[in-house]
Structures are given as structure tokens and as C-alpha cells.
Design a protein around this ligand. Structure first.
Ligand code: TPP
Ligand code: MG
Length: 566
């Protein structure tokens, strides 16, 4: 019944890992024609389902056994929850009458995931399976999407019953469809029409609601500059003259200035996260706020809102577009364009050592901006956000809300399963990649030509950057090359630093992938070309400048206008 429901939902691939209580499900999957991808860790399965979902807009599905299998999903479920990604996670559970007995491989996964799922089901009766499956997919993908967990006791999954798949869903207290917001839209457009210094601040919700075309048309028609959150990258073309860049902790000068000095913020599918806003007292202090969001609970959470517009961003922007006309805000636009021109991203490739920014820039150039980029977390993530320009939605897949190291590689696997012919790069750190490195087996055995570009600085680089700036350069436990023979606290690399561990080229080869080490700037291009054209899974290990920092930067807790340029 579970497998049949997956088919009715149009599921084409499931990512998972078997074990005792979920074996009946796997047995059926073996006989059916839905693709099953066996990962090497349950966290790999849930991130792959998440990457698949973000790349396609469809619901991602993952499966694990009870106990440790289920708890291994937790980080991935929380990751999807923070970034509003639609996932259905199915876990095995001990038989119903053994629940609560500390049975073998029992974990209260419903309890454990309560705060990190949109909804959860413990299936107690086989007759409930069709209805629960239908609801789970509906809840996962509608409204503000999110992960839904289905806990399936073994006795239920071997029971027999009649299967009738419901046509419709009717859940008390859950109505993601918004009725009439035309009045709110008119009030919002009145504010927009009178604004002298408006800015659009858009986030991942625009991508979720497939509203990028509408956002782009609206901003261009009215001539309003746009800034995006990390999650929003790709929602508005990164190469558009109206694009100010990302805002926030590692935001661009023009973008952060715009939100500080504007008189109107048009927030669309963004939730005023602290990494975007900085200290709230400095965030848009002179501005009226329009907040367009599908989730009423996110309105007014961090910032007072003048006009909330609840609903689907695409539908709302379509209505707003009908009322849009060019605004006479030339001087404001010119002020911002001048700031943008005068404060570009900069780095210097001025040494014989590769700069990490240079690698990302070359990946952008050599893929013609057409690649799907996933990231790990840390400096690599910020350089991937800065130096690749995203012109289309669903091309930048990154763990924004939870900031999960280990996300990027399995997410790239999920995206590559969805789009076998597209070029995919996981822009990775040497720390993060080791969190899910075992998925090399999954990529190689499924013939997925994912490219992993490791920006190997030998450090937990973002931690080291904070230590350099805020902890007197005491590099406590952030050097990944630290050996017992090293001084207790690394004070930066010197001639005597031992070679990196692991040897990523040998590691790639051990898994049957291709490994290329690049140490000189002049070899970067050739290596990236080789990876793009190779049908194999490739690890590109770039030995980059070890102490390069990510700039611009706003210190944690500071106002968004207190920018360190580096
Ligand atoms: C699972 C997890 N553990 C710890 C952290 C805290 N953290 C954030 S960035 C970072 C360093 C990442 O190092 P690396 O992957 O080498 O990336 P780099 O910053 O060097 O590019 C750490 C430890 C995290 N985000 N996720
Ligand atoms: Mg690193």
C-alpha cells in the first residue's frame, strides 16, 4: 500500500537504507519499478531527497529503519524544515504492541522529530495507510512546504487490507489556500506607489512558489532594486542591473545600505532571519514594511509589518504586476547603482597559491553559469554564493537555516538523479566533505557524474576566520591538520605543517571516482574542464590559500551597516 501510494503520487525515486523493521517495504520496492537509491548513510538519503526536492520542486522521499536508522535522519529532516523543503520521510518502527517497551531498535522518532517536522504520523492500522500517505504528500508540498514523517510499525507493514486511494484531502485546521487578499494587495501597492526609496527583499519562498518570472517582471517594470537572501539566490537574475546582491552577514555593501536607508521594504517569501537582518534596530529603521508570505506564522515574528499579504507569492505578484507602473525613483536607484559599482566583490589572485574565490569564478565561467551548484557550509558556501551568479531558480542548493555541513554532496546526488544530463558541482570545504564522504560509493555505483570541488584550506575555515577576527587569532581546534606533535593551539600554517589528511585523490580512487589535485592557479581551468567533461564522479581538490577570509562581513549581532570590507 505504501509503495502503491508512492506511485499514485508520481514518485520516481526513493533514497534509503534498509533494516529490520522496514524490510517489508524494501521487499516490495524490489519488485516494483520505482527507482530506489541505496545510500551509505541515512543522512545521505534524507539530504539527497532534499536536493532532489529543491532542484525539481517535487516532494523528495527517503526511507530508513527504526531506531538508529530513524535518528540518522534527524539532521536532514531539521535541515529541510528550516529551509521549507517538501520531504516525506518513512521510518520503520517496532510492532505497535512493543512500542514503549524499550524494544530492540526502538526510538520515539515521532517525539524526537516533533519540533523539526511540519507533521508526523504513527500508523497504527493498515486501513489508515492510504489516507495517511495522501495527507502526508499534500501537507509536505502545500502552503509553506516542509518535511512530513510517517512512522510505520512492522506489524502494520505486513498486514493486509483493501487499498482505495483517496481523491481529495480534507484536514481539519489545515487550509493552505488563501481566500481573498485583494484588499491587502491594494494597500501594498498604495505604499509602493508612494515610496521614494523602495527595495525588494526576496527569499526562498519566491523559488518555492515558482514566482521568479513574476518577481523579475515586477521589479523591472517598476524599476525597484532587488536584494536576495542566501535561500533566494536565483529567484531574480544575478546578472540583472537591478540586482544589488545578497544582503546580511556576508551581504554586499549596496544591498545592506539599501535595506538600512530605504523607506519601504517589500519582503517576499523571506522570513527576516538574523543572518539577513543583523541587529534588528539597524534593519530598515525608516521603512514601512510589506511582507508577502504564505505562512501567517512568519509575519511579524522579527519585524513589525505594516501590510501583511498572506498567500502564494506567484499569485500575489501576478496581481501586483497588473497595478505596476514605473516609479520616479531615479536618484535612489542611482545612489544604489553607484554603491554597487564602487563596492564590487574583490580578491587578489596575487600569489602562487590558488585563491578559493578564483576557483568559484572559474566554475561559473567554464559552465557558462549553467551548472547546478550545491554547497557545504562555511567559507566555501559564502564564496559559492558570491562568485557564481545565479540567473535561474533551483540552481543554488544550500543549507541556509540550519547550516548543515555535509549537506552539499548528498544534495548534489539527489539533484543529479533528477537531472542526469546537467553539470553539477558541490562546492565543498575540506571539513564538510568528510561528514558525508561515504556517499562517494552511492555516486560512483549509480554512475552519477557529480563534481566535488573541495576548497582545501586545511581548516574549518569559517571557524578560523571568526577566531582570527574575534578570538585573538587563537586557532583552537579548527586546524584540520593538527597532530599531537603540533603546538597545542595552531597559530597559522608554517613551513613545518604536515601534509593534509586524508589524501583526497587516493580517497576518490579508493571509491572508483576520479581524483584531481590542483595546486597552481594556472592549472585550475584545465582541471575544471576535465571534470565537466568526465562521465565519472570527480573530486577536484584545490589547495587554496589557507587564511583567506570571506568579505564583506558584518560581525554577529552588529547592525547590518557595520560592514568589514577586509
Ligand atoms: C554539522 C555541523 N557542525 C558544525 C558546524 C559549525 N561550522 C560552521 S562552518 C564550519 C567550518 C567548515 O569547514 P570547511 O568545511 O572546511 O569549510 P571552510 O569554511 O573551510 O570553507 C563549522 C565547523 C556546522 N555548520 N555544521
Ligand atoms: Mg576548510
Amino acid at each position: 500500500m505504501v509503495v502503491e501510494a508512492l506511485k499514485r503520487e508520481g514518485v520516481e525515486v526513493v533514497f534509503g537504507y534498509p533494516g529490520g523493521t522496514i524490510m517489508p517495504f524494501f521487499d516490495f520496492m524490489h519488485r516494483e519499478d520505482i527507482r530506489m537509491i541505496l545510500t551509505r548513510h541515512e543522512q545521505g538519503a534524507v539530504h539527497a531527497a532534499d536536493g532532489y526536492a529543491r532542484a525539481t520542486g517535487r516532494v523528495g522521499v527517503c526511507v530508513a529503519t527504526s531506531g538508529p536508522g530513524a535518528t540518522n535522519l534527524v539532521t536532514g529532516i531539521a535541515t529541510a524544515n528550516m529551509d521549507s523543503v517538501p520531504i516525506v520521510a518513512i521510518t520503520g518502527q517496532v510492532p505497535v504492541d512493543m512500542i514503549g517497551n524499550d524494544s530492540f531498535q526502538e526510538a520515539d522518532i515521532i517525539g524526537i522529530t516533533r519540533p523539526i517536522t511540519k507533521h508526523r504520523y504513527l500508523v497504527r492500522d493498515v486501513a489508515d495507510i492510504p489516507g495517511i500517505m495522501k495527507e502526508a504528500f499534500y501537507i509536505a508540498r502545500t502552503g509553506r512546504p516542509g518535511p512530513v514523517l510517517i512512522d510505520l510499525p512492522k506489524d502494520v507493514s505486513v498486514a493486509v487490507g483493501d487499498f482505495t486511494y483517496p481523491e481529495k484531502v480534507n484536514i481539519r485546521g489545515y487550509s493552505p489556500v488563501v481566500n481573498d487578499n485583494s484588499q491587502a494587495i491594494r494597500r501594498a501597492m498604495d505604499l509602493v506607489g508612494n515610496a521614494k526609496r523602495p527595495v525588494i527583499y526576496a527569499g526562498g519562498g519566491v523559488i518555492t512558489s515558482e514566482a521568479s518570472a513574476e518577481l523579475t517582471a515586477f521589479a523591472r517594470k517598476m524599476g525597484i532594486p532587488v536584494t536576495l537572501t542566501l535561500m533566494g539566490l536565483g529567484a531574480f537574475p544575478g546578472t540583472d542591473p537591478l540586482f544589488l546582491g545578497m544582503l546580511g552577514m556576508h551581504g554586499m555593501v549596496a544591498a545592506n545600505h539599501a535595506v538600512c536607508e530605504c523607506d519601504l521594504i517589500i519582503a517576499i517569501g523571506a522570513r527576516f532571519d538574523d543572518r539577513a537582518t543583523g541587529r534588528l534596530s539597524e534593519f530598515a529603521p525608516k521603512a514601512k514594511v510589506i511582507h508577502i508570505d504564505i505562512d501567517p506564522a512568519s509575519i511579524g515574528k522579527n519585524v513589525l509589518v505594516d501590510v501583511p499579504v498572506i498567500g502564494d507569492a506567484q499569485e500575489i505578484l501576478q496581481e501586483m504586476l497588473k497595478l505596476a507602473k514605473p516609479l520616479p525613483i531615479d536618484s535612489w536607484r542611482e545612489e544604489l547603482m553607484a554603491l554597487k559599482r564602487d563596492n564590487p566583490l574583490t580578491y587578489k589572485q596575487d600569489c602562487p597559491v590558488i585563491k578559493p574565490q578564483y576557483v568559484v569564478e572559474k566554475i561559473y565561467e567554464l559552465t557558462g553559469g549553467e551548472a547546478i551548484i550545491t554547497t557545504e557550509v562555511g567559507q566555501n558556501q559564502m564564496w559559492a554564493a558570491h562568485y557564481f551568479r545565479y540567473d535561474r531558480p533551483r540552481t543554488f542548493l544550500s543549507s541556509g537555516g540550519l547550516g548543515t555541513m555535509g549537506y552539499g554532496f548528498p544534495a548534489a546526488i539527489g539533484a543529479q538523479v533528477a537531472f542526469p544530463d546537467r553539470v553539477i558541482f558541490d562546492i565543498a570545504g575540506d571539513g564538510s566533505i568528510q561528514m558525508k564522504i561515504q556517499e562517494l560509493a552511492t555516486a560512483v555505483l549509480n554512475e552519477l557524474p557529480v563534481n566535488i570541488a573541495i576548497l582545501n584550506n586545511g581548516y574549518l575555515g569559517m571557524v578560523r576566520q571568526w577566531q582570527e577576527l574575534f578570538f585573538d587569532k587563537a586557532y583552537a581546534f579548527s586546524c584540520l591538520g593538527q597532530r599531537t606533535s603540533c603546538p597545542r593551539q595552531c597559530n597559522g600554517p608554517d613551513e613545518g605543517c604536515p601534509p593534509y589528511v586524508p589524501d583526497f585523490v587516493k580517497l576518490a580512487e579508493a571509491y572508483g571516482a576520479m581524483g584531481i589535485r590542483v595546486a597552481r592557479p594556472e592549472d585550475v581551468e584545465g582541471a575544471i574542464r576535465e571534470a565537466i567533461h568526465s562521465p565519472k564522479t570527480v573530486i577536484l581538490e584545490f589547495l587554496v590559500a589557507r587564511e583567506e577570509n570571506v568579505y564583506p562581513m558584518v560581525p554577529a549581532g552588529a547592525g547590518i551597516n557595520e560592514i568589514m570590507i577586509g
